[in-house]
Design a protein around this ligand. Structure first.
Ligand SMILES: *[C@@H]1O[C@H](CO)[C@@H](O)[C@H](O)[C@H]1NC(C)=O
Ligand SMILES: *[C@@H]1O[C@H](CO)[C@@H](O)[C@H](O)[C@H]1NC(C)=O
Ligand SMILES: *[C@@H]1O[C@H](CO)[C@@H](O)[C@H](O)[C@H]1NC(C)=O
Length: 430
């Protein structure tokens, strides 16, 4: 019974709303337009025209851009009686998204949108040869009070440097400059962006040192500057990035030792420094990064051995890639205590000695690469292990490594290795 009356109530409310709506549209057509300041609306149309081309006449096509003629990719919000533009996303994200013209230009009117929170360009500045364009160097401070997210993704025709004036955008939480044609050094002023949670600079042509002051970004969760030409050492200040979850500096020209301060990064889940020129051995503070799930240091002339690290402290590690690092010495048995480890790459080093049969007992291990080392003796893994791993077990190019002769009859033998000869096992025990 109670349910019934509620239903009646809902239906009559709906009816009432309908009546109100009808009466509004009848005689108050004007007020149903989302009210905007004249200057705001003009600034929107002129800024957009710079990006999509002069053929585009906003006031004709979208007379009520924050109301009943919304522009795809433009969002608005209501402040003190007027509607303002809060977001502009340009580029082929959806079928009906606005795309950039060939002769795209940054209009100064962009900086008049005083409530703009989010600005993004995807695949907009594409024509590198005909009309490369740089990010404007002036006026960003006008957006300082509002802008929280600024993104340029996949714009090969976007060249030049990061303007130092980005440093005035102190409300920024996300700065994404992914896969553009940008170059030059990273401006120190980026260190002013203390609220930054995400800094993505990957896939450009940035060079020079990483500024020390970036270590002051204590809110930063993700820093990805992979696939650039950054050089010099990793700043010691990076130990101050205490909130950091992901640090990816792979594919650069960074050198020197891994700073011990990295051990402060207790929440770091991903550390990817592959394909740089780091040297000086593995710092034992790696073991202090207890949240690490992926540790990738491959393709660096780091050298040294694996013995200095208490591997079993890294109980969250899932991916451990230490291939092609000039490592010497033995493979520590304690690595087999990494219960979550799925991928272990130790290939293309100078590792020697026997491999502990304990690696067979690792519950999650599905890939193990040991190829291209100087391991010796008999691999003491069972037929079951080779059956489970298949081609994801690699041990070839270890000239003095072999498998038990008895395995031949099972059909599960490690690829590229020879069965142990009787003579060899006799001389081994000598
Ligand atoms: C857009 O169209 C209106 C009305 O036809 C016209 O008055 C205005 O000049 C045009 N604006 C641009 C920038 O072409
Ligand atoms: C690290 O992560 C924990 C758990 O998610 C969180 O409570 C803590 O605030 C984080 N530390 C920092 C410095 O962000
Ligand atoms: C490989 O190990 C063997 C025996 O431990 C040693 O004699 C040989 O010099 C090593 N080879 C290389 C290339 O390090």
């Amino acid at each position: 019974m109670k349910k019934f009356t509620i239903k009646i109530g809902a239906v009559s409310l709906l009816f009432l709303l309908l009546v109100l709506k009808l009466s509004c549209t009848d005689d108050q057509e004007e007020t149903s337009v989302a009210l905007m300041e004249q200057t705001e609306q003009e600034a929107l149309f002129l800024a957009m025209q710079g990006f999509v081309g002069n053929w585009w006449n906003g006031s004709e096509l979208y007379p009520d851009p924050c109301g009943w003629t919304p522009i795809q990719g433009v969002s608005c919000d209501f402040f003190d009686g007027f509607w303002y533009v809060t977001g502009i996303n340009i580029g082929p994200v959806h079928d009906n998204s606005l795309r950039c013209t060939r002769n795209v230009e940054f209009s100064q009117y962009l900086f008049k949108l005083k409530h703009l929170r989010s600005l993004s360009f995807f695949n907009c500045f594409v024509s590198y040869h005909q009309s490369p364009i740089s990010i404007p160097t002036q006026n960003w401070e006008k957006l300082a009070g509002s802008l929280e997210s600024l993104e340029f993704r996949v714009n090969p025709g976007l060249i030049g440097q990061i303007p130092a004036t980005f440093g005035s955008l102190t409300n920024l939480q996300s700065l994404v400059l992914l896969e553009n044609g940008l170059s030059g050094e990273l401006p120190m002023n980026l260190g002013n962006l203390l609220g930054l949670k995400r800094l993505i600079l990957a896939g450009n042509r940035f060079s020079g040192r990483i500024p020390d002051c970036l270590g002051g970004l204590t809110q930063l969760l993700i820093f990805d500057s992979s696939r650039n030409s950054l050089s010099g050492t990793l700043p010691l200040t990076f130990g101050g990035l205490i909130s950091l979850l992901k640090l990816d500096l792979s594919d650069n020209l960074l050198e020197g030792m891994l700073p011990e301060e990295l051990g402060n990064l207790k929440n770091l889940t991903l550390l990817d420094l592959r394909s740089n020129k780091f040297s000086g051995g593995l710092t034992h503070s790696l073991q202090e990064m207890i949240s690490l799930q992926e540790l990738v240091l491959s393709n660096n002339p780091i050298g040294g051995d694996l013995m200095g690290i208490v591997w079993e402290k890294l109980q969250n590690v899932i991916v451990l890639d230490l291939s092609n690092m000039g490592l010497t010495g033995q493979i520590p048995e304690t690595m087999a205590e990494l219960k979550r480890l799925r991928f272990l790459g130790l290939n293309n080093n100078h590792l020697s000695g026997n491999l502990s049969p304990k690696f067979e007992g690792m519950p999650c291990l599905s890939t193990l690469y040991l190829n291209g080392n100087n391991l010796t003796g008999e691999l003491k893994f069972s037929e079951w292990f080779y059956g489970k791993m298949e081609r994801r077990f690699g041990a070839w190019n270890n000239p003095n490594l072999c498998y038990p002769f008895e395995l031949i009859s099972t059909g599960h033998v490690p690829y590229g290795l020879k069965p142990c000869q009787l003579e060899l096992s006799i001389s081994d025990t000598d």
